[in-house]
Design a protein around this ligand. Structure first.
Ligand code: HEC
Length: 147
């Protein structure tokens, strides 16, 4: 029959071993490793939650108004206008843009916003989340890089 005292002693010894292992692990990290861990954890503390007073640039990006022409172009126009897909005038192709630019900026804005009936140029290039202003910026960007 096992004596209760023996079991208790055994448990105690086990606990001591566990405690010793735990403290060993704690001291096993060198200062350098701890610094590295702290550094890895740091960005978590810097995460910005909506409503926080000090969100630095995160909020600035989220509320910075219309996207730039380049951003809109890259997101919504490039697929056709960098490849010439469906007869789209390629950005940088001066010959393809010459006659179009001659029509005037307002005509080009209108084509960008409303599309060109009967062609692959659909309204806003299909970017329904793009504002009219953003499409105009994208047209400006394309024209600037094609003359
Ligand atoms: C699905 C392909 C496609 C996408 C996406 C697209 N375009 Fe076009 N785009 C065309 C084609 C094709 C033409 C040439 C139409 C023609 O004149 O036959 C064109 C022509 C144009 C023209 C010249 C219009 C004119 O009056 O001569 C402008 C400006 C233009 N696109 C702006 C944009 C902008 C800005 C975007 C992005 C917001 C965009 N396009 C996205 C296919 C596309």
């Amino acid at each position: 029959m096992i004596k209760t005292d023996n079991v208790k002693a055994g448990l105690k010894a086990g606990l001591v071993v566990v405690a010793a292992l735990a403290s060993l692990t704690a001291f096993a990290l060198t200062e350098k490793q701890q610094a590295a861990v702290t550094e890895r954890l740091e960005p978590v503390g810097k995460v910005c939650v909506q409503g926080d007073a000090d969100c630095g640039t995160v909020v600035a990006v989220a509320s910075s108004g219309p996207r730039s022409g380049e951003d809109v172009y890259n997101a919504a126009c490039m697929a056709c206008h960098s490849t010439g897909a469906g007869g789209a005038p390629k950005v940088g192709d001066l010959a393809a843009w010459g006659d179009r630019i001659a029509k005037g900026t307002d005509v080009l804005y209108d084509s960008g916003i409303n599309g060109l009936a009967g062609t692959g140029m659909i309204a806003k290039g299909g970017c329904m989340s793009c504002s009219d202003e953003e499409v105009q910026f994208a047209v400006d960007y394309m024209v600037e890089n094609s003359q």
